[in-house]
Design a protein around this ligand. Structure first.
Ligand code: NAP
Length: 350
């Protein structure tokens, strides 16, 4: 259990991160949020390893087309254009549950034709300066960073399990943040809340930074709760990863107002920040590096397993996390009727 440590943070930011590589020629790798930032850089790295399939998702068709071109332009493929068919990009917009469901329908059709899924890196994430609601009625960061990411993870779980084998379990990686250490700041008196998701969805609950870091703490909780219910030995090794403080488009929404613009500039020009390419190395490590048993259920940062937020180990944190799992599964079961069956068939019951 840990808290944010500034010395460790600075050391980690300045450390040279390894570029993990491996034989992924028989693996299908899926990444979300790949048109810019850390996700794009990870997609380029993975494409260079020539997986059986790289499925790089973006918000819409236009971004998918452009991303596929960029990934192929930046990847040295010996066998072009044959190898280029192994890079695909499909739309997936986490703002709406419908898009997640449509994506899962399309994947199910491909899976019937033999498609497999060995690695899912749920990287897409957003920061919004002002409270914004999705058409599903959820605050945008809560839906994109947590609820849709959880729905996608559950809907893809059967494919990850099916593609797994004893020597090489599949991997599910959810991109969290060092911000998760601050995610519990507003979680007081939670035992009195009638609904966790309802309470944090309320506009008056907290400000934008607190919402963002909380969404990243929810990701850590989701993976820990999932792992607690996966069978042993596990067919899917699941973890969260912090890409570190990176220059990217994450804080683009703060650029729209003069008084929040310095915040984005600080993040993007700070000598402490990494490039997105450097940040992407942490995703590669979580997806194909490390020991399965060491990373399963854990939070990774700087290509190492780090202690998660202390809050998770308090009685309140444990109770909150368990209730969050139950509420999330209940909600997502209403959103998609495949969810209850997937949970029942693949996870231990509470
Ligand atoms: N940069 C950092 O310092 C930092 C630190 C810790 C954690 N992270 C996490 O790292 C991940 C990658 O962030 P980044 O820094 O690379 O930021 P970025 O440059 O803004 O990239 C975010 C990616 O997520 C996609 N995305 C956002 N909302 C989406 C939606 N509704 N549906 C589908 N895709 C969506 C974006 O697509 P569009 O361009 O279409 O919006 C983009 O491809 C995020 O989960 C972020 O929270 C970043």
């Amino acid at each position: 259990m840990a808290r944010f440590n500034v010395i460790q943070f600075i050391r980690e930011q300045w450390k040279t991160l390894p570029v993990c590589s491996g034989d992924v020629s028989s693996k299908a790798i899926m990444l979300t949020g790949t048109n810019v930032g850390v996700g794009l850089e990870a997609a380029v790295h993975f494409a260079g390893m020539k997986p059986q399939l790289l499925l790089a998702t973006c918000r819409d068709e236009e971004k998918c087309k452009r991303t596929r071109e960029v990934v192929l332009e930046r990847t040295v493929l010996d066998n072009y254009p044959e190898d280029s068919t192994k890079v695909a990009s499909w739309p997936l917009n986490l703002n709406t549950f419908d898009s997640v469901r449509e994506f899962a329908d399309r994947f199910a059709a491909e899976a019937l034709a033999g498609a497999q899924l060995n690695i899912l890196v749920a990287n897409a994430g957003v920061y919004m300066q002002s409270y914004t609601k999705t058409r599903d009625g959820w605050e945008l960061m809560l839906q994109v960073n947590y609820l849709s990411t959880a729905l996608l993870s559950i809907l893809m779980l059967p494919y990850l399990i099916k593609s797994s084998n004893v020597d090489s379990p599949s991997r599910l990686v959810v991109v969290s943040s060092l911000g998760h250490y601050f995610g519990s700041r507003k979680l007081t008196g939670t035992d009195k809340w009638t609904s966790i998701l309802g309470t944090i969805n309320d506009e008056n609950f907290c400000g934008s930074i607190d919402r963002y870091v909380l969404s990243k703490l929810l990701d850590v909780m989701f993976i820990r709760e999932l792992v607690a219910r996966l069978p042993e030995p596990t067919p899917v090794v699941a973890c969260t990863v912090n890409p570190g403080f990176c220059r990217s488009r994450l804080f683009r929404d703060t650029e729209t107002k003069w008084y929040t613009r310095p915040f984005a500039s600080f993040l993007n020009y700070s000598p402490l920040s990494r490039t997105s390419e450097e940040g992407s190395r942490t995703l590669l490590h979580a997806a194909i590096g490390g020991e399965d048993s060491a990373i399963h259920g854990r939070y990774l940062s700087g290509c190492e397993v780090l202690e998660e937020s202390s809050y998770l180990f308090t009685p309140e944190g444990k109770a909150f996390s368990g209730r969050l799992w139950t509420e999330t599964v209940d909600l997502l079961s209403k959103v998609d009727n495949r969810v209850p069956g997937i949970i029942k068939q693949n996870l231990r019951v509470d």
